[in-house]
Design a protein around this ligand. Structure first.
Ligand code: GLA
Length: 732
């Protein structure tokens, strides 16, 4: 049993392979967090909770004779607003009488086999492995609000999922003003916070900061998980490195506006509350209504940040992404975007397909510009029928011709958006989010459809259904190219406008779920101007995501490495593009572009007609090599081989097979200088006593030698050269 209730102590013990999580019901029914750390079995860890009379930290009424007991200093599982915990709260409710206080006390518990699901939201799938769920019900006897805290324990994977389900069991309406998914109080050992920040074309850059006695907020109000602040944070010890020390991660499985608040309090306890962004949010909970919060994925590692990443990679690969694609080779595609942008016709696209086939790719993807009046990014979104003036004969004929070449066919769509210059907008202006009487904010000249509306979703389903029914399409690239603003639905009453942003996200999920159900074989690649919605919520429906609009391999080194802290390489869409690069103007060797793009789901995004025969030959070889090693990239353990890249001369990373009998080591030199020392790195994750052979150098030596002595590299001269080594175990 990975979940136990020790009745005599009123204590829950949740156990994974390496960790223990403990919760206690205190004598007044408050649910206290006790411990999350290295496995300690049933040992009561409550001795860690030290109390003292801290001034200005009031006491629950029952404790008025004991001034040492305060909500304000007590580690809690789900703290509420208004009753004397002045730290960040997880729940804030507005009762009919105007009171905003909630006081949750223990009501009951249940332990079940298997993993709970969430209504209308993505969740970590149970699969075939052993998973148990703990439900703890808390209730406020005054407002009648009940909260079911849910804990899914994935024993083997060292993962605990959390979510809260809020019910109105009273006779009166209550308004939720904040409804976070979870809270984690850490009395010791959370010195540093690592968050993943960035911008369009430079997503998920790790930022490590020492916590002080204040509140750090990571989050997005953009209606999307965002390029700017990914819903994933790590708390770790000051000493934690890539390979040693403790670290705990919290990843929110949500694609909309989110908030992670990290507060270090007067007593040094660090509180982390994560959930839906509360600014602009409110939700009316009528009697009997239920509100489901998104799931948070928690993991703890004692093997440094690489260890934590490995835990997240496994759970995402095996339990978040659709199992249908888990062991499936993903197509190497040629995407038309950077090859021809909006100017193409059926002949030029067919010519791209011929070239793609010649290079050894598996699929031709027709990106933006094929529909409605879409000759630039100013018009056409919403009109999902082919522009026959551009593509004579239509999509079906084109797709058939592409298939006749022996290639698959993929298509770009951006369903959640509309241009004012479109038939859809002219017909249904009220389908776009916009404030009454106010000109809407435009971005890329487009507006956002109100995905909370069923009629909008129905329309979009019928468009996508028609495309998939009429033409042979094996892949969709699902884009989302602006942050929503003017969050107002013309269908909902004024008092429900605070619900729109979350209803929007639920609407997107339900449309995706419906398409997945109708067309399970169709692979959907998520995208939002590159990686603006790179999160575990989207990965539930789209097992790969276009990682960034920046295809410059040197920028990509850092974007992909930042992404790797939480997300596995098999989810990262990554393409070789032209040089000089279209985003940065940088010139890089084709070999380096190949190595970087091959560390994700490889694709190409250039016009092969502009390449020399030698370059085409190199690309053919790249694709062959990728197909040879693709299993390592998909299923291997990923290692960042160097710490902290500021001022680095090389970036190195490796994939090691689950059996540790094979590895792929990559190195890119980002800062070339004359007569430098040989780049030297210590490999990771090999078997000490196994003997490996390095293909390029012929060196045969043990895993211990390669990990503890390391190896040095010869790298070619010139700008941004790279080296790739393949290691195989020599049977002993
Ligand atoms: C976004 C995507 C790009 C491309 C364009 C098309 O920016 O991230 O890859 O599809 O839209 O407009």
């Amino acid at each position: 049993m990975s979940i136990r209730f020790i009745e005599s102590e009123q204590r829950f013990v949740l156990e994974t392979r390496q960790t223990t999580y403990q919760i206690k019901i205190d004598k007044t029914g408050c649910l206290r967090h006790v411990y999350y750390g290295k496995r300690v079995g049933d040992t009561d860890m409550d001795y860690l909770y030290r109390t003292t009379d801290r001034g200005f930290s009031g006491n629950p009424y029952e404790f008025q004779d004991d001034r040492t007991c305060s909500f304000d200093t007590m580690p809690q599982e789900y703290p509420t607003f208004g009753v004397g915990d002045y730290r960040v709260s997880a729940l804030r409710c507005l009762a009919k009488n105007g009171s905003r206080s909630t006081d949750l006390r223990y009501a009951s518990y249940e332990i079940r086999e298997g993993k709970y699901k969430l209504e209308g939201l993505p969740y970590v799938r149970g699969g075939d492995e052993k998973v148990e769920t703990l439900f703890i019900r808390l209730k406020d006897s005054v407002t009648g609000i009940a909260v079911d805290l849910m804990y899914g324990v994935f024993e083997e994977k060292d993962v605990i999922t959390r979510s809260a389900c809020i019910r109105n069991e009273s006779q009166e309406t209550v308004i939720l003003q904040k409804a976070a998914s979870m809270c984690l109080d850490i009395p010791y050992g959370a010195d540093d916070l690592i968050s993943f920040n960035g911008r369009h074309c430079m997503e998920r850059q790790p930022f490590r900061q020492r916590l002080g006695q204040n509140i750090v907020t990571v989050g997005s109000k953009r209606g999307m998980s965002s390029h700017h602040n990914n819903p994933f944070v790590i708390l770790c010890d000051a000493e934690t490195t890539e390979d040693s020390g403790e670290s705990r991660g919290v990843m929110l499985m949500y694609s909309g506006s989110h908030k992670e608040e990290i507060e270090k309090d007067q007593a040094g306890t660090v509180r982390l509350v994560a959930g839906i962004q509360d600014e602009g949010f409110s939700w009316i909970l009528d009697p009997g209504d239920i509100f489901w919060t998104p799931e948070a994925i928690l993991s703890f590692s004692f093997d440094g940040l690489n260890g934590l990443s490995a835990n997240y990679h496994r759970i995402i690969r095996e339990n978040v992404c659709d199992p249908m694609f888990r062991n499936k080779r993903r197509p190497v595609l040629l995407n038309s975007w950077e090859a021809s942008y909006f100017s193409f016709n059926e002949k030029t696209i067919y010519e791209l397909a011929v070239q793609a086939k010649d290079l050894g790719a598996d699929m031709l993807v027709l990106d933006d510009g094929w529909f409605g009046s879409r000759d630039s990014d100013n018009s056409g979104l919403g009109d999902w029928t082919v522009n026959e003036q551009k593509l004579k004969g239509g999509l079906t004929a084109l797709s058939d011709k592409v298939h006749d070449l022996g290639l698959q066919f993929g298509l770009w769509i951006e369903p959640e958006m509309v241009n004012e210059n479109s038939d859809l907008y002219r017909m249904h202006p009220d389908w776009a989010l916009s404030d009454p009487g106010r000109k809407p904010n435009v971005a890329r000249n487009q507006l956002v459809l109100d995905m909370s509306r069923e009629d909008v979703r129905e329309y979009l389903f019928s468009c996508i259904n028609a495309l998939l029914k009429e033409s042979r399409i094996e892949y969709l690239k699902w884009d989302f190219n602006r942050s929503p603003a003017n969050i107002y639905s013309h269908l909902l009453p004024p008092e429900k406008q605070g619900e729109v942003m979350h209803r929007f996200v639920l609407g997107v999920y339900s449309l995706l779920a419906r398409i997945r159900e109708a067309y399970p074989e169709v692979l959907i690649e998520g995208c939002a101007g590159g990686g603006g919605r790179f999160d575990a919520g989207m990965l539930f429906y789209t097992p790969q995501i276009w990682c960034s609009d920046n295809t410059d391999p040197i920028a990509r080194l850092f974007i992909q490495e930042g992404t790797s802290y939480g997300y596995p390489a098999c989810t990262v869409g990554s393409h070789v593009s032209a040089s000089p690069n279209h985003q940065t103007g940088r010139t890089t060797p084709l070999s380096t572009r190949g190595i970087v793009a091959s560390s994700g789901i490889l694709g190409y995004e250039l016009n092969p007609a502009s390449l020399s025969d030698a370059e085409k030959g190199e690309i053919r070889a790249q694709i062959e090599t990728y197909k040879k090693y693709e299993h390592l990239i998909r299923e291997g353990t990923y290692y960042r081989l160097k710490e902290n890249h500021s001022g680095a001369e090389t970036v190195c990373w490796a994939f090691v097979s689950p059996e540790k009998d094979e590895a792929l080591v990559n190195l890119v030199s980002v800062n070339v200088a004359a007569k430098t020392p040989f780049p030297h790195i210590k490999l990771k994750g090999l078997r000490e006593d196994a003997v490996y052979m390095i293909d390029r150098t012929g060196l045969r030596t043990t895993g211990a030698a390669l990990m503890y002595g390391g190896c040095s590299f010869d790298i070619p001269e010139g700008d941004y050269p790279c080296t790739q080594l393949h290691l195989t175990e020599i049977p002993g």
